[in-house]
Design a protein around this ligand. Structure first.
Ligand code: HEM
Length: 387
C-alpha cells in the first residue's frame, strides 16, 4: 500500500511510501515545509528559522549556502582532518581496555568538524561540545529527561554558535572565507540583510550536528563489517574501489532517519486518495529504501547492488529524495558518505580489534531514535595497522 492514514501526535496524518510516492511528496507545488516539523523536534533537533522550514525562492537561496559550504573541495578538506583525527584516536584507544565506538567517534568528529568549520574549540571543551551536539539528535525524540537534556543542549549550543557569528561579524574572530562559519555569518537573505544571529546559529548547528550524527552510520558500518566477515575480508584486501558500494548499502539497509514531514498546499487527489489542504504527510524513508518493487531481495544486505548504475533519486532516500539544490533533500550526503568511507578505511584496513559483543548477538534496536545496536558497539584489543 502506497498511502494510508493514521493519527500521530494528535493530528490526522497521511503516510506515503515508495519511489512514486516520493516523487509526489517532493513536488513543491503540492507540498510545503512551513509548519511541518512537530513542535518537540523544533525545540531539540532542528531549532527555529532554519532551512528545513523554508519554501520557494527563500529555500533555494538558503540551500545554495549549504551547497557552497559542502563544495567537493571542502568535503575533501574535511575528510583529511577526520582521517588525521582517526589516526590519533586509534593510537589512544590501543592503551584502553575497551572503548564505546559510538561515543568516541562523536568526539573525534566534533574536533574535526569544528576545526574545518572555523569554530574554535579548546581541548578541554571537546567532550562537552560533543555531548551537547549528540544530545540534539540522540535524545531529540526522547520523552521525559532525555527530551529535557536535548532542549537544554539546543539552548546552550545556539548561544555558543550565535556568539561565534557575532564575533566573526565584528572582526573579533578571524576565520577563513571558505569555512562554514564564515559563509553563514556573511550570507545575505533575499532582502539583502544577514540572518539574525539566532537563525545563523541554527544554520551553523545544521552543519555541526549532522556531521557528528554520522557517528550513527559509522557504528552501523562497524556492525555491518562484523556481521559480514566475507565483505570485511574483501574490503580489507581491496584497493578501496568497493568501499562506496558498502557504505551505500549500509545507508540503504540500516534505519536512521525514519520519515520526513510536509503539509499539503491545496487539495489534490493521488491514487484514489484525497490529500486535503493543511494535512500533515509523512514520507517513509526506511520503507522506500526497502521497497521490493524497486529493490531485488530488499531485506538482504548486498553491497554488490551498488556496483552498477546509480539508483533512482526517489528510490534511494536515506537522506531524503530528489535534487538537493531544488528540493529539501539533505545537502550533507557527500559529507556523510565520505566520512563513512574514512571510517571504513580505518576499521577495515588500518586497525585490528575485537567487538566486545559480536554483532550477531547485538540486534538493532528499532524502538530507539536513532536506532542503534541494542548492546552498543564496544571494541577491545585495539591495535593500529600501518598502511
Ligand atoms: C548523518 C547522516 C545524515 C542523515 C541521516 C541526514 C538525513 C537528512 C534528512 C532525512 C533530511 C531531510 C530531507 C527532507 O526533508 O526531505 C536532511 C536534511 C538536511 N540535512 Fe542531512 N543528514 C545527514 C548528514 C548531514 C550533514 C553531514 C549535513 C551538513 C553538513 C546535513 C545537513 C542537512 C540540512 C541543512 C538539511 C535541510 C535541507 C533542506 O531542508 O533543504 N545533513 N538530512
Amino acid at each position: 500500500m502506497d498511502v494510508f492514514e493514521t493519527r500521530l501526535l494528535l493530528r490526522r496524518t497521511t503516510c506515503m511510501t515508495g519511489a512514486e510516492a516520493a516523487s509526489v511528496f517532493y513536488d513543491p507545488a503540492r507540498f510545503q515545509r512551513a509548519g511541518a516539523a512537530p513542535a518537540p523536534l523544533q525545540k531539540t533537533l532542528f531549532g527555529k528559522g532554519g532551512v528545513q522550514g523554508l519554501d520557494g525562492e527563500h529555500h533555494r537561496q538558503r540551500k545554495a549556502m549549504f551547497l557552497q559550504i559542502n563544495h567537493p573541495d571542502r568535503v575533501e578538506a574535511l575528510a583529511e582532518v577526520v582521517s588525521r583525527e582517526w589516526g590519533e584516536a586509534v593510537a589512544d584507544w590501543t592503551t584502553a581496555d575497551q572503548i564505546d565506538l559510538y561515543a568516541q567517534v562523536q568526539v573525534l568528529l566534533t574536533r574535526a568538524v569544528c576545526e574545518w568549520a572555523g569554530v574554535p574549540l579548546s581541548e578541554a571543551e571537546a567532550e562537552t561540545r560533543a555531548r551537547q551536539l549528540a544530545a540534539l539528535f540522540d535524545e531529540a525524540g526522547a520523552i521525559g529527561l532525555g527530551h529535557l537534556r536535548s532542549r537544554a543542549a539546543r539552548k546552550a549550543t545556539e548561544r555558543w554558535a550565535a556568539d561565534l557569528i557575532e564575533q566573526i561579524r565584528s572582526g573579533q574572530l578571524e576565520v577563513s572565507d571558505s569555512s562554514a562559519a564564515s559563509v553563514i555569518a556573511n550570507h545575505q537573505e533575499p532582502d539583502g540583510q544577514p540572518m539574525t544571529p539566532r537563525v545563523a546559529a541554527v544554520e551553523l548547528l545544521n552543519v555541526l550536528r549532522p556531521t557528528v550524527a554520522t557517528s550513527v552510520y559509522i557504528t552501523f558500518v562497524a556492525h555491518a563489517l562484523d556481521t559480514h566477515p566475507v565483505w570485511r575480508e574483501r574490503l580489507a584486501r581491496g584497493d578501496g574501489n568497493e568501499d562506496l558500494a558498502f557504505v551505500e548499502e549500509v545507508r540503504r539497509h540500516y534505519p536512521f532517519f525514519p520519515a520526513v514531514a510536509a503539509i499539503v498546499r491545496e487539495d489534490f487527489q493521488w491514487r484514489d486518495h484525497r490529500f486535503p489542504r493543511g494535512r500533515r504527510v509523512l514520507l517513509d524513508l526506511y520503507g522506500t529504501n526497502r521497497d521490493g518493487r524497486y529493490w531485488d531481495d530488499p531485506e538482504r544486505f548486498n553491497p554488490d547492488r551498488f556496483l552498477g548504475e546509480e539508483p533512482d533519486r526517489f528510490a534511494f532516500v536515506p537522506q531524503g529524495g530528489g535534487d538537493p539544490a531544488v528540493h529539501h533533500r539533505c545537502p550533507g550526503e557527500p559529507i556523510s558518505t565520505r566520512l563513512m568511507g574514512v571510517a571504513l578505511e580505518h576499521l577495515a584496513r588500518h586497525m585490528t580489534y575485537t567487538p566486545v559483543v559480536p554483532a550477531a548477538l547485538s540486534a538493532i534496536d528499532y524502538g530507539r531514535l536513532p536506532a542503534l545496536p541494542d548492546r552498543g558497539f564496544r571494541i577491545r584489543n585495539i591495535s593500529s595497522r600501518p598502511a
